[in-house]
Design a protein around this ligand. Structure first.
Ligand SMILES: Cc1ncc(COP(=O)(O)O)c(C=O)c1O
Length: 369
């Protein structure tokens, strides 16, 4: 059996996790604040980290809740806002776990096409004109999971305007924001919103490491107060140990250096993936990501990604099928995560993927013709 190469998980490989600085941060956390680190703490999170996040986003700390990963923040937010039957706009494709979580809550999920410059705002308008009254629009603005696309400045403005007019809350889910390869960062919708239209989530999973499980929510104070109650009832408090470690990591400047090394490695990996696909699998259509962890591949119409998944697995290569990120369709698309593989593994993995595709492709290509 060939050495396994996984393009499946949206997680960093160990070589880009700053383990030494994390160990030092843990030592300082226990030495400087043994009481705060070892107590239950409070459901709002470790107060000094909450303060640090509030300053970073220039908001009052009352508007911040620090959680065990941003997935937990999503779950609390949905519990606070979404009743069965409530309509929610999502991007198509979108993060599979959000999709599942909304469906499990009985939400009426309205998927709106995602374009390379972000959600099709005109299509959102059409959904509204057709009578939908969504409470929430879930948007992953930067280097989207799974597509790798980024919402343009213009669409950020238009979306906010539409949301304000129609009293829709925008849930800006932004764990990849710091991982831009080139060009100037775009403002968050949170920072563009003078009112209470946006609830923002982010995470240290993609910049520090996922195992630390620290994420957060920033929103209107009244909503955050409601979410805090849910958090208290759920787990008393999140992990003070993890949050104190992240706080020390941030204070020491290790966060900035970690972001820099993760960003550099991911940029190299994204370049290696695009070059390998262009060479080995010219049938693949994709938009080169400007940052983040993911690349979305469309294969010619008729390509059977289910069969490709099996054929690739026989060659030790894993990816996630496009159909996992949509309510229906997505059968000729796939998501490749380049975060957990080195450029050498990417080369080898794409060769095997292309070999699997070309073995299956004659049928697909004829169908597409
Ligand atoms: C868009 C998006 N939101 C949330 C999460 C969950 O992140 P966390 O590890 O902070 O729970 C992910 C993880 O892949 C993600 O891609």
């Amino acid at each position: 059996m060939a050495k396994p190469i996984s393009f499946a998980r949206g997680a960093p490989s160990l070589d880009i996790v700053d383990v030494d600085d994390l160990r030092d941060a843990a030592q300082r956390a226990f030495a400087n604040d043994p009481g705060g680190v070892t107590a239950y703490g409070t459901s709002i999170g470790y107060p000094p980290l909450r303060q640090w996040i509030a300053e970073r986003h220039q908001v009052d700390p009352q508007r911040v809740l620090v959680t065990n990963g941003s997935m937990q923040a999503d779950a609390f937010l949905f519990e606070a806002l979404i009743e069965p039957g409530d309509s929610v706009i999502v991007e198509r494709p979108t993060y599979d776990r959000t999709l599942l979580s909304l469906r499990n809550r009985g939400a009426d999920v309205r998927a709106v096409e995602l374009e390379p410059d972000g959600i099709d705002v005109a299509a959102v308008d059409r959904v509204l004109a057709a009578g939908a009254r969504p409470k929430l629009a879930h948007i992953i603005p930067n280097f989207q999971n799974p597509a790798g696309y980024t919402l343009s400045a213009d669409k950020r403005e238009r979306l906010l305007e539409l949301a304000r007019d129609r009293e829709i809350t925008i849930f800006e889910d932004d764990p990849y924001v710091a991982l831009r390869f080139e060009g100037a960062p775009l403002p968050t919708m949170l920072s563009m919103d003078p009112g209470e239209t946006v609830v923002y989530a982010s995470s240290f999973s993609k910049t520090v490491c996922p195992g630390i499980r620290v994420g957060y929510l920033v929103g209107p104070a009244e909503l955050i107060a409601r979410v805090v109650k849910i958090a208290t009832q759920t787990y008393i408090s999140p992990s003070m140990v993890s949050q104190a470690i992240v706080h020390q990591f941030c204070l020491s400047g290790a966060l900035e250096s970690s972001i820099e090394s993760v960003r550099k490695a991911l940029h190299e990996r994204a370049d290696a993936l695009c070059e390998a696909l262009e060479r080995e699998l010219p049938e693949a259509r994709f938009v080169k990501p400007l940052g983040g962890y993911f690349l979305w591949v469309d294969l010619p119409r008729g390509a059977d990604v289910g069969a490709l998944f099996e054929a690739a697995a026989e060659r030790g290569v894993q990816f996630v099928k496009g159909s996992d990120f949509v309510l229906d369709g997505g059968d000729s698309s796939l998501r490749l995560a380049y975060s957990g593989v080195t450029p050498e593994e990417i080369e080898e993995g794409v060769k095997r993927l292309a070999e699997a595709y070309h073995q299956l492709a004659p049928v697909a290509d004829e169908d597409a013709a």
